[in-house]
Design a protein around this ligand. Structure first.
Ligand code: FAQ
Length: 333
């Protein structure tokens, strides 16, 4: 497969050794075995994983902001407790994912620096504002719903630490999705104003949720290679379709209208066919021009600066412990 990429004419010992390593790596992938941190892997595989896992981690951390905005305004104590737990879970997901990325030889500092300097991406969805309480319902229902659709297959991704991290993350995302749907259900069974608020939130979150799955397959730079390496198990378009098929009946149950005049059920294929996505809006959000890009990055930079004393204190504590251990060792000798 990828071995063909090596220069066939060059048969020096290094090249032969690399070809053997590559063949062993490919055989493992083909046999559905996991690649572990100490296994040899092609540099491009390592880079792809660092990119995807770290962007995923950044998304979880930046993703805490839109909902964090509503913790003080949750309508009941029960809603507040659930929302705090959800936002904490997202912080936890970010930390597992940074740890998984670190097993690939990149440091946490480097990854955070990539985010704060604007060199690393995070999910487009978190650049939209949360204007009403119904937006919190929509984030759980649609954003976590889309995240689950994308992430369940990642439990079988070929890199061991990433796959294992995803198992717990998906269990928690499932709780998140249900709490969001339950908020929507409560609003839709409430007053006419509450139902209108739920519809308005759906109108604003529907299309950005579809964009979460990434560009169409024909324009996706990484899908083909990532599918061959079994990092990704499904293409962006396939997952987007699965999400639409699962979500449209849920909207109908709520009595809400999906804001897409072209949406129609195709009985022959069993799929809900949807209208054209505004990819220009997606490009703009990725370029930093979404409604909240600047605000989100500013909040993360401020949090990083505010946390500097914690990092410094932890390092000073670790240095003291090391010094004490060194003195105790000398005294014991
Ligand atoms: N936003 O060639 P592809 C969550 C970039 S977690 C921004 O198709 P790939 C939990 C892509 O990085 C949500 N950028 O790329 C939660 C690439 O740019 P690059 C995050 C995007 O990697 C819920 C370029 O476009 N989930 O929601 C987006 O094969 C509620 C070309 O794209 C994950 O990260 C986008 N939407 O496929 C938290 C899951 N889409 O790197 C709080 C893991 C694409 O070359 C509240 N990641 N790009 O500069 C993946 O499955 C994949 O990375 C995709 C993209 C599917 C996101």
């Amino acid at each position: 497969m990828y071995t063909q990429a090596l220069n066939q004419a060059d048969t020096g010992p290094k090249v032969v050794e690399d070809a053997e390593k590559l063949a062993r790596f490919e055989a493992k992938i083909d046999a559905e075995e996991r690649i572990e941190p100490n296994d040899w892997m092609p540099e491009a595989y390592r880079r792809t994983l660092v990119r995807q896992i770290s962007q995923h981690a950044h998304s979880e951390i930046v993703g805490m902001l839109p909902e964090g905005n509503w913790i003080t305004r949750a309508p009941t104590l029960r809603r507040k407790a659930a929302l705090i737990a959800k936002v904490q879970d997202e912080g936890g997901h970010g930390l597992y994912l940074y740890s998984a990325a670190e097993t690939l030889g990149v440091s946490r500092e480097e990854l955070i620096d990539q985010l704060l300097s604007g060199r690393a991406k995070y999910s487009s969805i978190f650049n939209y504002p949360t204007l009403t309480w119904a937006d919190i319902g929509c984030i759980g229902w649609l954003v976590d719903g889309a995240a689950i659709m994308n992430q369940i297959p990642l439990c079988r991704t070929s890199y061991g630490p990433y796959a294992r991290a995803m198992i717990r993350i998906c269990k928690e995302e499932s709780f998140h999705q249900r709490q969001g749907y339950e908020i929507m259900l409560t609003l839709c069974r409430g007053s006419a104003d509450q139902k209108a608020m739920a519809q308005d939130a759906l109108n604003r979150w529907w299309w950005p949720a579809l964009m979460m799955f990434g560009p169409p397959d024909a324009q996706s730079v990484h899908t083909e290679q990532s599918m061959r390496w079994k990092i990704k198990r499904f293409t962006n378009d396939a997952l987007r379709q699965q999400f639409v098929d699962a979500t449209v009946p849920q909207a109908h149950f709520l009595g809400l209208t999906i804001p897409d005049p072209d949406l129609r059920y195709d009985g022959a294929s069993g799929h809900w066919r949807f209208g054209a996505i505004d990819w220009e809006e997606f490009r703009q959000v990725l370029a930093g021009n979404g409604p909240c890009n600047r605000e989100r990055m500013e909040a993360r930079r401020r949090a990083h600066e505010d946390g500097a004393w914690v990092r410094e204190a932890a390092l000073a504590h670790a240095a003291k412990r090391r010094a004490r251990a060194a003195i105790a060792k000398v005294a014991a000798e």
